[in-house]
Design a protein around this ligand. Structure first.
Ligand SMILES: C[S@@+](CC[C@H](N)C(=O)[O-])C[C@H]1O[C@@H](n2cnc3c(N)ncnc32)[C@H](O)[C@@H]1O
Length: 225
């Protein structure tokens, strides 16, 4: 199953499924990402794989709408759903494009955000190259993604839980396949350390990561010098 088919199927139940699967904790994880970003008035961000615009909304809320957010996503179903439900829909600029080929000038943004998106990219290294290109010097790359649970017992429990996720998919979306895809991409995604190295190899400096919930998710941050 391809990423685009997955998000076409789940678009109108996307936010509900996120709440069900994570018991609402994706909201907290996204807030942690925005905390670490430290938004400022006038900040210009691109929210790549931004989907329904959840992260951009959180960013704009922090600065009372006094910044610029561009949601960039190749899936029009996700964007259309986001435009309908999003309280900052008119403030956000919605762009239909993939991470591998961003339609922006060089050195345009203060920050590049990607939340639960990078593991779906067809070409992660090309996307990181694009991230580096569109950032201003002194700009920030920040990524929230499912990662590797550190504690062995918890990791076993989490693997069991992952097997149940497609059942939620069947019940709520009417199709388990997108959620089989989800768990497969999580398993295949590199460890925190390995992903840190990949970001460094893409010319970012001062790369660091923070684990949340024992590494169920991690936030990686790097700077363009
Ligand atoms: C799990 S959703 C994340 C949405 C949002 N960032 C969030 O955290 O709620 C993943 C998004 O990645 C997008 N996506 C898939 N392949 C992509 C690519 N090559 N470039 C950019 N976005 C992509 C999908 O269309 C989908 O909207």
């Amino acid at each position: 199953m391809k990423a685009q088919e997955v998000f076409n199927i789940v678009a109108n139940k996307y936010d509900l499924m996120n709440d069900v699967m994570s018991a609402g904790t994706h909201r907290y994880w996204k807030e942690c990402m925005i905390d670490w970003l430290e938004p400022f008035v006038g900040m210009k961000i691109v929210d790549v794989a931004g989907g329904t615009g959840d992260v951009s909304t959180r960013f704009l809320k922090r600065i009372d709408g006094l910044g610029e957010a561009v949601v960039c996503d190749p899936n029009s179903a996700m964007i259309e759903y986001g435009k309908k439900k999003n309280e900052f829909a008119n403030k956000i600029k919605w762009i239909n494009a993939p991470a591998e080929n961003l339609p922006f000038e060089n050195e345009f943004f203060d920050a590049y955000l990607v939340s639960f998106g990078i593991r779906n990219f067809d070409d992660m290294k090309q996307s990181l190259k694009e991230a580096h290109r569109v950032l201003k010097v002194g700009g920030r790359f920040i990524c929230l993604e499912f990662s590797k649970v550190q504690n062995k017992d918890l990791s076993k429990l989490y693997s069991l839980y992952s097997k149940i996720i497609p059942i939620f998919g069947k019940l709520i979306v009417g199709n388990e396949k997108p959620y089989q895809y989800l768990t497969k991409t999580i398993e295949q995604f590199p460890t925190q350390e390995k992903f840190k190295q990949i970001i460094e190899q893409s010319n970012f400096s001062n790369v660091e990561f923070r684990n949340l919930f024992n590494g169920i998710v991690a936030i990686h941050s790097g700077w363009k010098e």
